[in-house]
Design a protein around this ligand. Structure first.
Ligand code: HGY
Ligand code: MN
Ligand code: MN
Ligand code: MN
Length: 408
C-alpha cells in the first residue's frame, strides 16, 4: 500500500501556517477573519489542484469530493477545521483537514479508485471564540442549529456571522443540511497530556466529553472608588469573583472527570478608580458523564443567584451551548484500532475532553477519531506542539481507516 507523503504534508503544513502566523510560533486565524479567509482560499486552491470537486455551503463549510467507482454510494467524510483560537496552535484542526487532503493525494498518486466517494471537509467556526456556540458549521450540518440562527450570531463588536461570511466570500449557495454519509473520521491533536505522558504516538478515540457553556452578566452600580463606603457598594466584580471560586469548587467535588473554566470576562467600565458596574463572563463545564455536567450547571446557577443576593446586584445567565457526551461507533473505532495495529503504532484508547466536530457527526453517521500526542499536553496556545513523526503516523492511520471504509 502506498503510504502518505511526509514531505508533501510537511510542506503544506508549513505553508498553510504561514497564514496568520504569530511571532511566538502560533497562528491567529479566528473564524471569518481576513486570515481565515486567506486560509480558506489556500485550501480551496489545494483541493482543486488535487482534482476535488469543491462545494461551499451556506454557513461556509468547505467540502472537496473525490468520486468513487460507484459514485452514488454514500461518501466517507474526513476532515476537521482551520479556524483557530486567538493566538492559538498550528496543529489544532489543521492536521485533520490537511490529513484528509493528503489521503486524497496519496490515492491519486497510486491511481487507487475507491468504491465510495471520499469527501474532505473544513468546518466553519469550530472554535467558537468569536461567535458562540462552537462547532457551529458541523452543528448546522447535523441539523442541530438552523442556518439562519448561525448567520444571526453576533461577535463582541456586534458584527454578524452572516455578514462576515459574505464579506470574506464564503457564504456558499449549497444548503447546509444533513445528507447521507457512510462514516466520518477526524484526525486531531489530543490537546491533553495522556498520550505524551504514556509515550504513545496514537490515540484511538472512543468518545467525547459533553459540555455546557453559560454566558453570565452581573449588573451592579458604578461609583467612585474613593468616597463610596464599602457597605454602600454593589460591585459586579465581587459577585463574579464568588462565582469564579465556585466553579473551581464545583469542578473539584462533582465527579472525578468534571472540569470547569471561566475563560472569558469583560468588566465595564474597567477603570482603575470606578467600582465595576457590569461584568460579562462565561462558564464552561465538561464531563464524560452528562448527569455530572447537569448537576454542575444546576449548582452554578444557584451560586450565581447567591452571589447576586450577597452583593445586591442583578444577575442574568443563559446556556449558550449544551452538547451531550458522545460514544463513537464501535465499527469505526475498531477500524481505527486495526489501522493503528497495521501501522505498528503504539496506541491506547481514550475519550476526548476537547469538543470536536465529530461530536455532531456522531449523531447521524458512524464516527471515530484518531489522536496524536500534544507535547506537554499543551493546546489552545502558541506553544502547542506535536512531533512530526507522530503527525505522519496519525495521518497514515487515518489513511488506512478511511480507505477501509471507502471500500466497504
Ligand atoms: O471547546 C472546545 O473544546 C473546542 O476547541 N471548540
Ligand atoms: Mn480543534
Ligand atoms: Mn480548539
Ligand atoms: Mn454576554
Amino acid at each position: 500500500m502506498t503510504e502518505i507523503s511526509s514531505e508533501r504534508l510537511r510542506d503544506r503544513f508549513d505553508r498553510f501556517n504561514e497564514i496568520g502566523a504569530t511571532e511566538r510560533g502560533g497562528v491567529n486565524r479566528p473564524t471569518l477573519s481576513d486570515a481565515n479567509k486567506r486560509a480558506r482560499d489556500r485550501l480551496v486552491e489545494w483541493f482543486q489542484d488535487a482534482g476535488l470537486e469543491v462545494t461551499v455551503d451556506e454557513v461556509g463549510n468547505i467540502f472537496g469530493r473525490r468520486a468513487g467507482r460507484n459514485d452514488d454510494l454514500a461518501p466517507v467524510l474526513v476532515g476537521s477545521h482551520v479556524d483557530s483560537q486567538y493566538n492559538g496552535g498550528r496543529y489544532d484542526g489543521v492536521i485533520g483537514v490537511l490529513g484528509g487532503l493528503e489521503i486524497v493525494e496519496t490515492l491519486n498518486d497510486a491511481g487507487v479508485e475507491t468504491e465510495r466517494p471520499i469527501e474532505v471537509v473544513s468546518w466553519s467556526n469550530e472554535e467558537g471564540v468569536r461567535f458562540q456556540p462552537d462547532m457551529l458549521g458541523s452543528g448546522v450540518f447535523a441539523g442541530k442549529f438552523d442556518p439562519e440562527f448561525a448567520r444571526s450570531l453576533e461577535d463582541k463588536e456586534g458584527k454578524r456571522f452572516g455578514e462576515e461570511l459574505e464579506r470574506i466570500g464564503y457564504r456558499g449557495d449549497a444548503p447546509c443540511e444533513p445528507r447521507e454519509l457512510h462514516s466520518y473520521f477526524e484526525l486531531h491533536v489530543e490537546q491533553g497530556p495522556k498520550l505524551a505522558d504514556a509515550g504513545l504516538s496514537v490515540g484511538v478515540v472512543e468518545g467525547v466529553y459533553g459540555f455546557v457553556w453559560f454566558d453570565v452578566t452581573f449588573s451592579g452600580s458604578a461609583d467612585h472608588a474613593g468616597p463610596t463606603p464599602m457597605h454602600l457598594r454593589h460591585d459586579a466584580l465581587v459577585a463574579t469573583s464568588d462565582v469564579v471560586e465556585a466553579v473551581r469548587r464545583i469542578a473539584g467535588t462533582e465527579g472525578d472527570d468534571l472540569v470547569g473554566t471561566v475563560g472569558s470576562l469583560d468588566v465595564s467600565p474597567n477603570s482603575i478608580n470606578v467600582i465595576p458596574e457590569t461584568v460579562d463572563f462565561t462558564v464552561d463545564f465538561r464531563s464524560y458523564d452528562d448527569e455530572t455536567v447537569d448537576r454542575a450547571a444546576d449548582r452554578v446557577r444557584e451560586e450565581i443567584e447567591h452571589a447576586a443576593a450577597r452583593e445586591d446586584v442583578e444577575a442574568s445567565h443563559e446556556v449558550i451551548m449544551r452538547i451531550e457526551s458522545q460514544a463513537f461507533d464501535d465499527g469505526c473505532i475498531e477500524t481505527v484500532a486495526a489501522a493503528a495495529d497495521d501501522v505498528g503504532a503504539d496506541y491506547t484508547r481514550l475519550v476526548s475532553g476537547a469538543g470536536h466536530d465529530a461530536s455532531y457527526l456522531n449523531g447521524f453517521c458512524p464516527t471515530a477519531m484518531v489522536f496524536v500526542p500534544s507535547v506537554g499536553g499543551v493546546s489552545h496556545t502558541e506553544d502547542e506542539y506535536t512531533e512530526w513523526t507522530d503527525v505522519v503516523t496519525g495521518t497514515e492511520v487515518l489513511h488506512r481507516a478511511v480507505l477501509e471504509k471507502a471500500n466497504e
